[in-house]
Design a protein around this ligand. Structure first.
Ligand SMILES: Cc1cc2nc3c(=O)[nH]c(=O)nc-3n(C[C@H](O)[C@H](O)[C@H](O)COP(=O)(O)OP(=O)(O)OC[C@H]3O[C@@H](n4cnc5c(N)ncnc54)[C@H](O)[C@@H]3O)c2cc1C
Ligand SMILES: *[C@@H]1O[C@H](CO)[C@@H](O)[C@H](O)[C@H]1NC(C)=O
Ligand SMILES: *[C@@H]1O[C@H](CO)[C@@H](O)[C@H](O)[C@H]1NC(C)=O
Ligand SMILES: *[C@@H]1O[C@H](CO)[C@@H](O)[C@H](O)[C@H]1NC(C)=O
Ligand SMILES: *[C@@H]1O[C@H](CO)[C@@H](O)[C@H](O)[C@H]1NC(C)=O
Ligand SMILES: *[C@@H]1O[C@H](CO)[C@@H](O)[C@H](O)[C@H]1NC(C)=O
Ligand SMILES: *[C@@H]1O[C@H](CO)[C@@H](O)[C@H](O)[C@H]1NC(C)=O
Ligand SMILES: *[C@@H]1O[C@H](CO)[C@@H](O)[C@H](O)[C@H]1NC(C)=O
Length: 460
């Protein structure tokens, strides 16, 4: 399809030379148009750019990064990551950081203090709970995981699909009680899965995999600056005018074997994009794709996705002591796994008086509702004496909704080959896919998946 864009360019140049190509400056000709500038889309843009492909990266927010959120305190110039925190100690990460000129360190992160408060997410009252030593349970968990080594690379499922993978995780834990003592750790590391005990074990396995267990023992990789936005700031600079921020697709007049035409809205007005291929990296929910002219087959597949909600924020004026840390546990659930929607945890940040609060839900909730629930929770902490009473309301220094977060389908759909059909969409109508719904909520794993399974076939 290369020649098509080339021919169009040439035609436009010829017309332009005679002063006739009125909107030549409005049409963007590229090899590949990429939708979504989070972890997967930004990585794809850099790799394709380095392979000599022309790309355009279309991102709806005002910065690249997606789930990577960094707040800079204007008073002290301290940066706090309240979205993506850590990366794997893997070659793909180091190669990418080298390319972006981001230096790194290996660290074993402290997830809050060693003596946190364990609180009921409903009442914000203390619950008697002992965080079990997970060591031997992690070994038992890893033994089960290692039966499915290809899951670490993508949704590469055995055929037929083993029934263990389809069990609600709570039932899986009843079948393998030796794993129970790792559940609290896995739940809190892999936040965002919604109703954890009801999710098919498959999604828990993908969310908390073997490589994470290795990194918990040996250390994760983070930028030496302690500022994850550095990755995206450098990528933005390298990509230059190939990045369109605050821009969205509003129509797709064409998407087939002959190429892709998009109409996009940018802060500078409406533009046409003519690309040979399209790479979609945003969560493929129907409401996110309604401007992409889906056909019946695509609509049927993407229409099966359900999603959880995951929210992160920085809050001040709380009355909490600087060393306050809490994790939610429910008094009356299996292994005390908290009932959601509710707060996951509260941890202090490097900015005095500012706390990081994570909130989860089995489905999307309005931001205003989540904010009011978080404020009411902090007021319960004050009323219960776990925080001091302060004048005025707790204040959101920053707030991000990451809904739709985890995309899942029912056990029946998994059993009936959903992921085979989903993967078979690669290349269909000149459209390619990567991003968490196609693999897992994990930047490093997505970079490796994109590198190994998506880009080679997209760029040949
Ligand atoms: C609070 C939180 C903490 C996390 N911590 C970690 C961690 O420590 N380590 C880790 O590896 N992973 C972590 N994750 C998981 C994280 O989801 C993945 O690492 C990764 O960011 C997912 O990448 P993605 O490309 O699928 O999606 P995203 O990074 O979300 O990228 C999607 C992008 O598409 C944009 N977009 C959406 N719709 C449109 C549209 N219609 N048009 C244009 N653009 C659009 C979005 O704005 C976004 O920039 C965390 C996630 C959250 C929410
Ligand atoms: C803030 O910190 C960044 C590094 O994180 C540095 O590059 C920048 O110059 C600092 N700005 C000010 C105003 O000190
Ligand atoms: C890479 O980073 C180092 C230190 O942060 C800086 O001195 C150097 O100029 C950077 N190189 C490029 C090519 O940006
Ligand atoms: C889980 O840990 C507790 C103590 O932390 C221990 O008493 C119990 O035996 C462990 N359970 C299993 C199944 O290993
Ligand atoms: C809009 O146009 C201005 C001036 O030409 C340019 O600097 C800016 O980068 C453009 N913004 C976008 C999103 O294209
Ligand atoms: C927090 O600090 C106070 C003193 O400021 C101390 O009494 C308390 O034990 C500390 N709590 C934790 C969990 O470290
Ligand atoms: C909280 O943060 C806001 C900025 O978002 C700031 O104006 C305010 O002074 C802070 N309040 C406290 C009590 O630190
Ligand atoms: C990266 O992908 C390749 C190709 O699938 C695979 O062999 C390798 O194990 C992956 N690396 C990690 C750390 O998962």
């Amino acid at each position: 399809m290369f020649w098509k864009a080339r021919t169009a360019l040439l035609a436009c140049w010829l017309i332009l030379s005679f002063g006739l190509c009125e909107d030549s400056d409005k049409t963007i000709f590229r090899d590949i148009a990429i939708i979504g500038g989070g972890a997967s889309g930004t990585y794809s843009a850099i790799k394709l750019h380095d392979q000599g492909k022309s790309v355009i990266l279309i991102e709806k927010e005002e910065v690249l990064g997606g789930h990577t959120n960094t707040y800079r305190d204007p008073r002290t110039n301290t940066s706090v990551d309240y979205g993506v925190m850590v990366f794997h100690d893997q070659k793909v990460v180091k190669d990418y950081f080298k390319r972006l000129n981001v230096s790194w360190v290996i660290t074993r992160p402290e997830f809050g203090s060693s003596t946190p408060n364990y609180l009921d997410p409903k009442t914000a009252k203390s619950i008697k709970f002992t965080n079990p030593d997970p060591t031997s349970a992690l070994v038992a968990y890893a033994t089960e995981l290692s039966r499915y080594p290809k899951l670490e690379q993508g949704f590469f499922l055995p055929d037929p699909i083993p029934s263990d993978l389809l069990l609600p995780f709570g039932k899986f834990l009843e079948k393998y009680p030796g794993i129970a003592n790792a559940t609290f750790l896995a739940f809190n590391y892999g936040q965002g899965l919604g109703d954890y005990l009801k999710q098919p074990a498959l999604y828990v396995f993908k969310n908390f995999g073997l490589d994470i267990i290795r990194d918990i023992a040996s250390g994760f990789l983070i930028p030496a600056s302690g500022n994850n936005y550095e990755i995206y700031a450098h990528a933005t600079k390298i990509l230059g005018s190939d990045v369109l921020l605050k821009s969205v697709v509003v129509d797709t007049p064409r998407r087939d074997e002959d190429g892709v035409q998009l109409i996009i809205r940018t802060p500078n007005g409406t533009r046409k994009v003519n690309a040979n291929k399209l790479l979609i990296t945003i969560p493929p929910k129907l409401e996110n794709l309604n401007k992409f002219a889906l056909d019946r087959h695509e609509t049927k597949l993407f229409g099966k996705f359900m999603n959880t909600g995951y929210y992160t924020c920085l809050v001040n004026n709380t009355g909490l002591a600087q060393n306050f840390t809490s994790y939610s546990v429910s008094p009356d659930t299996q292994l005390n796994i908290p009932n959601l929607p509710g707060v996951y945890n509260i941890v202090p940040t490097a900015i005095q008086g500012v706390f990081d609060v994570k909130y989860g839900s089995p489905s999307t909730l309005p931001d205003s509702y989540v904010k009011s629930e978080i404020i009411s929770y902090i007021k319960k902490l004050q009323a219960g004496g776990l925080a001091e009473r302060v004048s005025g309301e707790p204040n959101f220094v920053a707030f991000k909704s990451h809904a739709p977060f985890e995309l899942t389908v029912s056990p029946d759909d998994i059993a009936n080959g959903f992921y085979k059909e989903l993967y078979a969409l690669q290349g269909y109508r000149n459209t390619w896919y990567t991003g968490a719904a196609f693999h897992t909520q994990d930047s490093a794993m997505l970079w490796n998946f994109t590198r190994a399974y998506v880009l080679p076939r997209l760029s040949d």
